[in-house]
Design a protein around this ligand. Sequence first.
Ligand SMILES: Cc1cc2nc3c(=O)[nH]c(=O)nc-3n(C[C@H](O)[C@H](O)[C@H](O)COP(=O)(O)OP(=O)(O)OC[C@H]3O[C@@H](n4cnc5c(N)ncnc54)[C@H](O)[C@@H]3O)c2cc1C
Length: 381
Amino acid sequence: MATASCSSTFVPGTCLGSVNSTIRRKKGVCFSRVASIQASLDSNVSDMRVNAPKGLFPPEPELYRGPKLKVAIIGAGLAGMSTAVELLDQGHEVDIYESRQFIGGKVGSFVDRGGNHIEMGLHVFFGCYSNLFRLMKKVGASENLLVKDHTHTFVNKGGDIGELDFRFPVGAPIHGIRAFLATNQLKPYDKARNAVALALSPVVRALVDPDGALQQIRDLDNVSFSDWFLSKGGTRASITRMWDPVAYALGFIDCDNISARCMLTIFALFATKTEASLLRMLKGSPDVYLSGPIRKYITDRGGRFHLRWGCRQIHYEKPQNGEAYVTGITVSKATSREIITADAYVAALSLSLSLSLSLPPPPPQINRLLVTSLKQRSQIR
Ligand SMILES: Cc1cc2nc3c(=O)[nH]c(=O)nc-3n(C[C@H](O)[C@H](O)[C@H](O)COP(=O)(O)OP(=O)(O)OC[C@H]3O[C@@H](n4cnc5c(N)ncnc54)[C@H](O)[C@@H]3O)c2cc1C
């Protein structure tokens, strides 16, 4: 797609073949991804069972020994489907209700009448996505990933190319320090100020105390990356030339709007794990190479998808002075409507969608349940 109005474009990879997708424009800056792929699509570099460093696949959770539960999951995006996979592995019964006619959510795709694979958007996966890789390995899809060269490219207005090149014989954090010192995307003065800001950040602490650093980073959730970075001596030129394109890549927003927590979390991972900044992408459309294999895994184990059955309402009870608990959900498809009951319910949707589900009537207890569980989840990440 067109990138003519971009002043700077972040390209996570080196270009051989290219897939280009424009994500967002703002204030004359747009972010576009041109993801490059290794020349040989079938080379075994994409087989992570062979090539992945140890530790990329976290261990399986402990085996559940309680009673078998009937679980209703709302949403067949990656979150809903990975939940289904784990629950089925633990012996539970799973039904997934999905309002669309295809699975995968934001990382989904479908084939139109002309046979074209329509994707929701190009996806690239950082090397620190160990839970995703574990899931892909489990469903037999880990060979569907292509590994890109370990370099991130910036295409600037006028076609000027900048690079953050992590290819170096020595790993983290040396390869990252070298990438930042050598980059031609920033002028020497901005590089120096950048180095000061990062040196004063919890990223340095992450090298010796990763847990402590991540806690410190979590506390920066209410500060924008720009405010944090400028307060530490970073320059606006660095933000415009380097960090805004990176922020768009991570969250579709610029540094004035993304939280310092988002940016520093990924920096801390880059600084401590060589693999973290290495990108992979699917060999082709998600329906074939990602959601398709996950769907097969789920249905082979008795899980059921109910497509175009959207959840319309969450029913709940709240005993006096007690905690609210869910008693059922209403799902509908065209003019059909059903109330589903289960032992457990999972809303695998974005928070705004989850909150809108049970309205009206106003459900403060359920809102609180959802928000609290989301906050708890973010605490343990
Ligand atoms: C264009 C684009 C590019 C992206 N690129 C990247 C990338 O390169 N790397 C990366 O890591 N992340 C990327 N992301 C983010 C990533 O896609 C999401 O974080 C991830 O897919 C979210 O998965 P999820 O299951 O939590 O939510 P979703 O994918 O949103 O899944 C929620 C599902 O619930 C369904 N649903 C909603 N309401 C109801 C209802 N009432 N009843 C039943 N079903 C319902 C939806 O149809 C959907 O299928 C990108 C996102 C977009 C949009």
